[in-house]
Design a protein. Sequence first.
Length: 278
Amino acid sequence: MSENGVTREKILKDYPRMGPDDHFTFECRPGVCCFTRCCQDVSIVLTPYDVLRLTRALRMDSSEFLEKYTLSGFTEKPRFPVVLLKMQGEKKRCPFVGEEGCKVYGNRPWACRMYPLGAAEPQNPNPDEHGFHFLIREELCKGHGEGRSWSVREWVSDQGIEEYDMMGASFKALMLHPEWTKKGEALTPAQLDMLYMACYDLDRFRRFVFESRFLEYFDVDEARVEALQTDDEELLDFAMQWLRFSLFGDKTMRVRHSVMEARQGAAGAEEPAAPPAR
Ligand code: SF4
Ligand code: SF4
């Protein structure tokens, strides 16, 4: 993946690493000569929580939102489904930018909140390597050196990123799972679709949970089942736990005893497989 067209390798090699108390000077406001220029011809990767927030703000079904506003693709290693905002028209403008600025400002994606900062994480868990922030300086953006000085910590708080990071923690745990190195290349098209659905197409995932035999298979607390019907954040967190169980065998889901017994009775079956996602 890249940050605003810059490769990960270049970021690791050339960009000064910033910690929470490092400072930069920056101002972005309506009236600045470059206003909304950063909202065109740009690759904005959406996290699952970005999709959830935008879908809810626009009162759309997640499948409809994904179809209308996003493009999908895959990262390389591991091969993982990603969605990007679909830019529109000759100038490749964000579908949510207007004369007054961002029309979904209160629900704008993580990358839009974070700009002009980027964030990098070590690809594999490593006690000697930590995540860090870095400053993105682009010719088009005239906000650098203007206004007040911000520490990284202050910027993250001011832009409402903490909530996004908190809600993104279970997705991050999935993305950085150590087992990817062993099986990332081996995912089948059905598994990739399962990943896409559970990460981004939450309304479809909800139908899968409630309209398939899912709840006959997994033992989920009654209170949680109730929450999953209406609480999107709860459903997203649950989806990440189901993916960790299904892909890596993590003990994040409880299979019903009756299912275990039936499986153990069947010839040679030691571990139950997850029910199919469709
Ligand atoms: S979502 Fe808003 S801030 Fe982000 S690119 Fe679109 S218009 Fe700009
Ligand atoms: S280009 Fe920079 S200063 Fe101009 S609107 Fe975008 S973020 Fe703000």
